[in-house]
Write a protein that binds this ligand. Structure first.
Ligand SMILES: C=Cc1c(C(=O)O)[nH]c(=O)[nH]c1=O
Length: 310
């Protein structure tokens, strides 16, 4: 049984990575994911300048998932570009560089820096951060998405993927796919956390996190049906040249299998990684292999995207 997978010409020993934002903000955390059974690692989304992020408590694990309003705390673009360049020689496993500018200008400035750098790997432009106060999500404004991709592809010739939030209306998939299919995107990553949920502690009669009155992105089991629907909807609508990373609600090998069945090329783990740590990747590869063995599949291609119609 082989778990190898490729995305935009980059080969991964297995399809599993962390989700941007989880266990990836420092070189130590990034090294720990690379040292684990993960097939690759993605950096915390970088802003041009380092950020402290929102006030604490800003993350809360829950019985069925998590809520977070981190506010983009990160070491800044230079730190993650340096890490990505240093590790692409090591070729242990691919590093995906995640970017989340606070403005169109910042997105373009970081992409220009990557274009001029030695980094030749995958770049993930995060258009879906729900937690920067006063900053609307770019990905829910289709004109803004068009603007950033128009301007980016004027100069960017390396491998560019985008991180999208969940969409809940089929007309939105149709409209945005028509836009995305115009660009030489390496991939689409679906989904980011389900934005602006509210979790309350009935004992204290307060929200469980402090920023934004307790409003934060929801992850974990709560969002798996929405994540699978978004992966499936993009696979059905996007050019085959555009790969898909499935993110959302992954806790077991069966969850990984379901994302692959919906068409994902790679699968990312957020909430469950935050609670279990990088050892989860050994468990997930073991469990995915067991699912494949039970079903008689040898490779991921044997079942990727082959969800049957009822
Ligand atoms: C990049 C900021 C994000 C954050 C954050 O830093 O608050 N949390 C998420 O769930 N998704 C994000 O994209």
């Amino acid at each position: 049984i082989k778990l190898t997978s490729s995305l935009a010409g980059v080969t991964f020993a297995n399809p599993l990575l962390n989700a941007a934002g989880v266990h990836c903000a420092t070189p130590t955390e990034l090294d720990e994911v690379l040292a684990s059974a993960a097939g690759g690692v993605v950096t915390k989304s970088a802003t041009l300048a380092p950020r402290d992020g929102n006030v604490r408590p800003r993350f809360q694990a829950l019985p069925l998932g998590s809520i977070n309003s981190m506010g983009l705390p990160n070491q800044g673009f230079d730190a993650y570009l340096a890490y990505a360049c240093a590790h692409q020689q090591a070729a242990t496993a691919p590093v995906i560089l995640s970017l989340a500018g606070l403005s169109l200008a910042d997105d373009l400035a970081m992409l220009r820096r990557v274009q001029e750098s030695d980094f030749t790997g995958l770049v993930e432009l995060n258009l879906s951060c729900p937690n920067v106060p006063g900053k609307p999500q770019v990905a829910y404004d289709f004109a803004a998405v068009t603007r950033v991709l128009d301007q980016a592809f004027q100069f960017f010739t390396k491998r560019l993927g985008i991180k999208l939030p969940p969409y809940l209306d089929l007309a939105q998939f149709d409209a945005l796919a028509a836009i995305l299919n115009r660009y030489p995107l390496a991939y689409v990553n679906a989904i980011n956390s389900l934005g602006n949920g509210l979790v309350i502690d009935p004992l204290t009669e307060r929200p469980v996190i402090r920023p934004k009155g307790g409003f934060g992105g929801i992850g974990g089991a709560y969002v798996k049906p929405t994540a699978l629907a978004n992966v499936r909807a993009w696979r059905q609508r996007l050019n085959p040249t555009i790969g898909i990373i499935g993110t959302g609600g992954v806790r077991t090998g069966t969850d990984v299998f379901e994302h692959l069945l919906c068409g994902a090329d790679l699968v990312q783990v957020g909430t469950a990684l935050a609670t279990e740590g990088p050892a989860i990747f050994a468990r997930l590869t073991r469990e995915l292999t067991a699912v494949m063995a039970t079903k008689g599949y040898q490779t991921l291609a044997d079942f990727r995207g082959k969800l049957q119609v009822r």
